[in-house]
Design a protein around this ligand. Structure first.
Ligand code: NAD
Length: 351
C-alpha cells in the first residue's frame, strides 16, 4: 500500500500536541519541546485522561496508566501512542490498530539495566545479603557464621524468554560467572546467539528441574500469565532462586509465598508485582529470603535517557510521516485502517 507519492495531508500542517502521562528524562523532554506542544497529564485516573487527551496528536505512556479503547475514543486526533519502555501490556493494541493509531516502543533501551538488576538479585540472595544486613544492623555480628552462602560460578541458570534481556543475561552468566545456561522460548535463538551464551534450548520442565537460578523475561500475555504457579513451582529445585523482572502476573504470588514458607525454594528476587504498587500486607514483602524492588530495574540514568530519547524521536518521527523504527502494531495495517475510516494517511508516500 505504501507508494512513493504525496505527503500526508496533516504532515507538518500544525505544531502537534503531545500528552505525556508522566515526566521523563530531560533528554527526551528537550526533543519533544522542540518539535511539539507538550502537555503533562494531571493524573492517571481514566476520567482525567479521557478529558485531557482531547486534541492531542500523540500520547506517551510509561509504566503507570492504561491506554484502552475508551481513552482512544476520546483522543479523536491521536495518530501515535508511544510506550516509554518495553512491555506494552497496558495498551490495547488491537483497539489502537482498529482506530488507525500507530503504537511504538523502545526495545533494547533498558536491556543492560534490567540484566544487571537480575545479577543484583542473584548475588544478593546467594550471599543472604538481606538477612546479613539486617542482622548486622541489629547488632548480631555473629550472623556471619549462622548462614552459609554459595557461589554462582558453575551453577545452572534457566532463562525463560530468551529475547533481548534474556540473551544479555545469558551472555553475562556464561562469560562473567561461568554458569551453565539453559533457555526456554517459543522461538529458537539463532545459533550464534546460543554459542555466545553457551546456551541450550530445553522445555520448561527440564529447565525448572535442573536450574539453581530461574529468571523470567517473557512479555505478559495470555500464554505467560500465571506461568509460574503451584505446579511449575513444584518442579523447581529446593535450592533454586527465582527471579522475576518481567511482569508481576507471570508469577502466582500466593503460590510462591506458600512454596517459600514450605522451604521448597532458596529465595525470590522480584522487581514487579501483580498489582502495582503492591497492597499492604503483600505476602512477599518483609521476608528475609526475598529481595524486592519497586519496578525500578530500568530506572538507571542510562536506561531512562535511552528510553526517553528513543520514544521522543520515534513519536516525533511518526508525526512527521516517517515510518516507525520500533512499531508494535503493523504500520501497513494501521495505514489501511486509516484509509478505511477516511483519515489522512500517517506516512510520507502513503496513498
Ligand atoms: P523481547 O521481546 O526481546 O523478548 C521476549 C522473549 O519472550 C521473546 O524471545 C519471545 O519469543 C519470548 N516469549 C514470548 N512468549 C513466550 C512464552 N509463552 N514462553 C516462552 N517464551 C516466550 O523482550 P525483552 O526486551 O527481553 O523484555 C522482556 C519483558 O521484560 C518485556 O516484555 C517487559 O514486560 C519486561 N521488562 C521489564 C522491565 C522492568 O522495568 N522491570 C524493563 C524492560 C522489560
Amino acid at each position: 500500500m505504501i507508494a512513493p507519492l504525496a505527503l500526508p495531508s496533516n504532515f507538518m500542517e500544525h505544531r502537534p500536541t503531545i500528552i505525556s502521562l508522566t515526566t521523563m528524562h530531560e533528554s527526551g523532554l528537550r526533543i519533544l519541546h522542540e518539535a511539539a506542544n507538550l502537555r503533562m497529564a494531571s493524573s492517571l485516573d481514566p476520567a482525567t485522561l479521557q478529558r485531557e487527551v482531547k486534541g492531542a496528536d500523540a500520547l506517551i505512556i510509561r509504566t503507570g496508566g492504561v491506554v484502552d479503547a475508551a481513552l482512544l475514543d476520546c483522543g479523536k486526533d491521536l495518530r501515535v501512542v508511544g510506550r516509554h519502555g518495553v512491555g506494552y501490556d497496558q495498551i490495547d493494541i488491537e483497539a489502537a490498530t482498529a482506530r488507525g493509531i500507530q503504537v511504538v516502543y523502545t526495545p533494547g533501551a533498558n536491556t543492560q539495566s534490567v540484566s544487571e538488576h537480575v545479577f543484583a538479585f542473584m548475588i544478593g540472595l546467594s550471599k543472604h545479603l538481606p538477612r546479613m544486613m539486617s542482622e548486622l544492623a541489629s547488632g548480631n555480628y555473629h550472623a556471619r557464621t549462622s548462614m552459609t552462602g554459595r557461589e554462582i560460578c558453575g551453577k545452572t541458570l534457566g532463562i525463560i524468554g530468551f529475547g533481548r534481556i534474556g540473551r544479555r543475561v545469558g551472555e553475562i552468566a556464561h562469560l562473567g560467572f561461568g554458569m551453565k545456561v539453559l533457555y526456554h522460548d517459543i522461538v529458537p535463538a539463532p545459533e550464534e546467539v546460543e554459542l555466545r551464551c553457551n546456551a541450550r534450548r530445553v522445555d520448561m520442565r527440564r529447565l525448572l528441574e535442573q536450574s539453581e537460578y530461574v529468571t523470567l523475561h517473557v512479555p505478559l500475555d495470555s500464554s505467560t500469565r500465571g506461568l509460574i504457579n503451584r505446579d511449575t513451582l513444584g518442579l523447581m529445585r529446593s535450592d533454586a532462586i527465582l527471579i522475576n523482572t518481567c511482569r508481576g502476573p507471570v508469577v502466582d504470588e500466593a503460590a510462591l509465598a506458600t512454596a517459600l514458607d514450605a522451604g521448597s525454594l532458596w529465595g525470590y528476587g522480584g522487581d514487579v508485582f501483580t498489582v502495582e504498587p503492591p497492597p499492604a500486607g503483600h505476602p512477599l514483602i518483609g521476608r528475609s529470603d526475598v529481595m524486592l524492588t519497586p519496578h525500578s530495574a530500568a530506572q538507571t540514568e542510562e536506561g531512562l535517557r535511552n528510553m526517553a530519547t528513543m520514544i521522543a524521536e520515534e513519536v516525533i518521527g511518526v508525526l512527521r510521516g516517517d515510518p516507525p523504527i520500533n512499531p508494535v502494531n503493523d504500520p501497513f495495517q494501521v495505514e489501511h485502517m486509516r484509509q478505511q475510516r477516511g483519515l489522512a494517511p500517517l506516512y510520507k508516500g502513503s496513498r
